[in-house]
Design a protein around this ligand. Structure first.
Ligand code: TEU
Length: 547
């Protein structure tokens, strides 16, 4: 466990806790389930786990509405269970990263309850962003900001005496009031929360909505410049995304992390647009890494992939930070399903713009190639639970079961993010596929077709997605050329084959053309899908080569 820079080339597995494994049979994943299934992650060969929020929460947004940052929700277990998990993870030589949500709390957090109870002008109210409404009776929201989940970013409260009160800001659901990061009490509270978990041995923290904490003074209107909220983050001087002042907060966090002997690391969730903007979060003295969402949103197209790989590596090398590579997470449609259709020109993260039905065989083939591409790139990689099983987006969940607030708040135009959050299939022939004890339910229904994708079924099959991931991770650990460093392109720009070298002596070739292509005369160490056709690499396939 000694390597101080383990995070520079780590493969980190995202556990979406309520969908990973259910120990107690209530249909919701928990810490007992995770502990029972840890051997799967050890055998897979990842370096670390990132667990999505495990804190007490009303679960209005799958736990991203936190009521207490220093405890565990009873649905998931207890603080003792968390400590036992952490010790077990460390016992396997793995590391554990937890999720912190500093942009907003839950309305059930003691601070927000106090803010409501103590009334106008109280200290408690200064911890959030309350403003009087516009209009003669304050009946209009204070500005034109929109919630990421749809609708206005403001909700009006009623004071204790029954009179209509001010509005509070929530960039996400109304159950997630934004904190006021201009308030020093908020700042010291979060540094203390970091120490609480670091003192217990947690190795790192994923920072939710890192680009959102600081709002422009005066909360100016967005105006007509911003049709789309998130994409608007590319705009300079956006009133609530990616503001310059967030960086001093994270420099303070880094100072906290650096007081520990063993490394305590950060990964920022920041949707910033240009890679140069993202690189600012990982300058020396600030955070260690940030998710590369440009890569995640890139369609399966050679020109786009090459461009994003180069721009990411370029921007990050200028600040001496490692790149990260992500194909899927709990907020986007699973990449098997994204790649299963004709690919758009622009960014691809939800399926709502793609009208073609999915060709899952094609999507799976491309996902296999994408795995080899991703794991051969310089830096660190994130795997989202179930991608090692080749799970696809469940696009036909019954509408009355959808739980993601996006679905409600969008007025039922966006199906939301439940389709990538369906509980994992572990073994057996029928649901719950070992997710929970025999006969228990699952909080979202699993497709019967996942019978062939259970971990147990794939265990037996050397051509399975699981076997591919295990082998790729085994080679990655053994191969000195892989991990952090740089790459040299061997294919020409504009080619529909991506071929690059990792020195010494390692090559990755990805064929995005519709035809088989010739390979250099090297030994194939791993093939994403085969067999080679007369020594040529089939379409939508990748290969790792060594001397
Ligand atoms: O996501 C932040 C975010 O801006 C988006 O990924 C957003 O969830 C998506 O565009 C909605 O369609 C983080 C978490 O990853 C997400 O699960 C939470 O819902 C969100 O923050 C609020 O805490």
């Amino acid at each position: 466990r000694a390597r101080a820079d383990w995070w520079r080339d780590a493969v980190i597995y995202q556990v979406y806790l309520r969908s990973f494994a259910d120990g107690d049979g209530d249909g919701i994943g928990d810490l007992a389930g995770l502990r029972r299934r840890l051997p799967h992650l050890v055998a897979l060969g990842v370096d670390a786990l990132w667990i999505t929020p495990w804190y007490p929460s009303p679960m209005a947004d799958g736990g991203y509405d936190v009521a207490d940052y220093r405890d565990i929700d009873p649905l998931f277990g207890t603080l003792d269970d968390a400590q036992a998990l952490l010790d077990e993870v460390h016992g396997h030589g793995l590391r554990l990263i937890i999720d912190i949500v500093p942009n907003h709390t839950s309305t059930a957090h003691a601070w927000f309850r106090r803010a409501l109870a103590q009334g106008p002008g109280s200290d408690a109210r200064q911890r959030y962003i309350f403003r009087p409404g516009r209009g003669p009776r304050g009946e209009e929201p204070p500005n034109d900001w929109r919630s990421v989940f749809g609708g206005p970013a403001w909700t009006r409260i009623t004071e204790a005496d029954g009179s209509p009160g001010p509005w509070y800001l929530h960039l996400f659901a109304p159950e997630q009031p934004d904190l006021n990061w201009d308030n020093p009490k908020v700042r010291t509270e979060f540094e203390s929360i970091l120490r609480f978990w670091f003192d217990r041995g947690v190795d790192g923290v994923r920072i939710d909505v890192a680009h959102g904490l600081v709002k422009a003074p005066g909360l100016p209107d967005l105006g007509s410049l911003d049709g789309k909220l998130l994409e608007g983050a590319t705009r300079e001087d956006h009133p609530h995304w990616d503001r310059e002042e967030v960086h001093e907060i994270f420099q303070g966090w880094r100072a906290v992390a650096d007081t520990y002997d063993e490394p305590r690391v950060f990964v920022a969730e920041a949707w910033t647009g240009a890679p140069e903007r993202l690189a600012r979060y990982v300058r020396p003295g600030e955070l260690h890494t940030a998710f590369n969402f440009d890569y995640l949103m890139t369609p399966w197209r050679p020109d786009r992939l090459r461009q994003v790989i180069d721009s990411s590596l370029g921007a990050l090398s200028r600040v001496a930070a490692p790149a990260t590579w992500v194909l899927s997470n709990h907020d986007v449609a699973r990449h098997v399903s994204r790649y299963a259709r004709p690919q758009p020109d622009g960014p691809l993260r939800s399926l709502s713009d793609l009208t073609h039905p999915a060709d899952l065989d094609l999507g799976t083939k491309r996902a296999r190639a994408a795995a080899l591409l991703t794991l051969a790139l310089p830096g660190s990689a994130y795997l989202y639970q179930g991608e090692e099983l080749g799970l696809w987006e469940v696009e036909d969940l019954p509408e009355d079961l959808l739980q993601d607030p996006t679905w409600q708040r969008s007025g039922h135009t966006d199906r939301g993010r439940d389709g990538c959050r369906v509980p994992l299939p572990w073994d057996g022939d029928t649901p719950p596929f070992g997710f929970g004890p025999e006969g228990s339910g699952t909080w979202l229904p699993q497709p019967q077709a996942w019978k062939s994708l259970t971990a147990a079924a794939q265990e037996q099959d050397p051509s399975s997605m699981l076997a591919l991931y295990r082998e790729a991770l085994r080679i990655r650990r053994a191969e000195p050329a892989l991990g952090d460093g740089s790459l040299s392109w061997e294919s020409e720009p504009g080619s529909d084959v991506l071929s690059f070298r990792r020195d010494p002596g390692f090559r990755c070739v990805v064929n995005l053309s519709p035809h088989p292509v010739e390979l250099p005369a090297h030994r194939a160490v791993l093939l994403a899908g085969g067999p080679l056709e007369d020594g040529r690499l089939p379409s939508d396939t990748a290969v790792w080569l060594a001397h």
